[in-house]
Design a protein around this ligand. Structure first.
Ligand SMILES: NC(=O)c1ccc[n+]([C@@H]2O[C@H](COP(=O)([O-])OP(=O)(O)OC[C@H]3O[C@@H](n4cnc5c(N)ncnc54)[C@H](OP(=O)(O)O)[C@@H]3O)[C@@H](O)[C@H]2O)c1
Length: 233
């Protein structure tokens, strides 16, 4: 039986992915800060990715589950912040930057020492261009994209059997977007989770979800910088 750890499984896409994996017969260990939401799972832990000992707590969860074939990182926060409030910017950098690095790094070192595995993370289409309404969110998602690409090269150079999947969804109807703003082409979280599990199975390296967002991101990558910086998003 395969073993997966899902961090950020208390709501949204992470919860959907954890439930799908469980339904497919995986042994699943889950974590988040709102541990009371994880009662459907046999192996659950209260982990704040921003806590200094979060890596140690992850290793202890892996121990309880009995190993880790798949590490899935769904933890993240995001806000529109047009007034550039400092607390929002710094908290986003902390969770999506430092917390992400702490947890993915722990998973990488564990897999390096235990014969390999698969690391999959949810970044976002927001990392593919700088987005004015959400600067720290967009920048930390670009960081995640580059970090996973770097780890993939590092794993190859060290001849480690670690595979990587960088999931980049468009807008998904979850609590993260529950802020009263209108978001176009909103995706259903269950459909996104299905696509994610399929992408992991197919060992995709990068997956933009869904096809409409693949077209949009392919198009906006080609927009010249002097046009992009004037777009009134
Ligand atoms: N919704 C979208 O449109 C969209 C699009 C692209 C990418 N994404 C990305 O998808 C990921 C999941 O987001 P979602 O849309 O499913 O939103 P969500 O429902 O708000 O889920 C966020 C998850 O992250 C966890 N989390 C947040 N801060 C944490 C911390 N400090 N330590 C541990 N866990 C933490 C939350 O758990 P606790 O609060 O219980 O700790 C929760 O389980 C995020 O990385 C997000 O950036 C979302």
């Amino acid at each position: 039986m395969k073993k997966a750890i899902v961090i950020g499984a208390s709501s949204g896409i992470g919860l959907e992915v954890a439930q799908l994996l469980k339904g497919e017969g995986w042994t699943v260990g889950v974590a988040a800060r709102r541990v009371e939401r994880l009662s459907d799972f046999e192996f659950a832990a209260c982990i704040d990715v921003n806590a200094e000992d979060a890596g140690v707590q992850l290793l202890s969860l892996i121990d309880r589950v009995g190993g880790m074939d798949l590490y899935f990182h769904a933890s993240g926060i995001g806000h529109q912040n047009r007034m550039l409030h400092e607390d929002i910017e710094l908290q986003t950098v902390t969770t999506n930057g430092l917390g992400f690095t702490r947890m993915v790094g722990t998973a990488f070192r564990y897999m390096a020492d235990h014969g390999g595995g698969h690391i999959a993370v949810i970044s976002s289409i927001a990392g593919t261009k700088g987005l004015g309404p959400a600067p720290s969110y967009s920048a930390t998602k670009a960081f995640q994209n580059t970090y996973i690409q770097s780890l993939e090269q590092l794993a190859n150079a060290r001849h480690l059997d670690i595979r990587f999947t960088d999931i980049r969804p468009g807008f998904v109807a979850t609590d993260l977007l529950n802020d009263g703003n209108h978001y176009p082409l909103l995706l259903d979280k269950t459909a996104v989770a299905r696509d994610i599990v399929c992408s992991i199975r197919k060992r995709r390296h990068v997956r933009v979800v869904d096809w409409r967002w693949r077209i949009i991101t392919a198009f906006w990558r080609r927009i010249p910088r002097f046009v992009w910086r004037r777009l009134p998003l």
